[in-house]
Design a protein around this ligand. Sequence first.
Ligand code: HEM
Length: 91
Amino acid sequence: MRADSGDLGPFSGPGDITPGRSRTPYVRRGGPMYYRGRDMALTHQGMRISERDWEVFLGHAAKTLAKFQVPEAEQRDVVALVQSLKKDIVE
Ligand code: HEM
């Protein structure tokens, strides 16, 4: 989301990519990887992520899944997981 975030400008930007400074965990190939960061409500609290931001984000996610030809069943699983977090992220 940092380079070209479409309509999500306020939530993107150069950020701080200094190794060790970013709070965003690096995902390495060859998992499994367990997320041990803060929960989603605490992480996104106060960011004022709106319903519209959420829709734009879902649109980007859908395009990404389609571009990489992720099979439909897995696409459904990903969308279901993401949707289950909406209540913690959208204010
Ligand atoms: C299911 C959907 C989402 C998941 C799983 C998710 C997950 C995360 C995680 C793991 C972090 C890092 C937390 C940390 O470092 O402590 C994060 C940060 C962040 N998220 Fe989300 N997020 C989601 C949706 C969104 C949406 C829709 C937006 C805005 C439109 C958003 C905006 C941000 C921003 C601005 C940060 C801070 C980035 C930084 O400080 O470097 N997130 N998110």
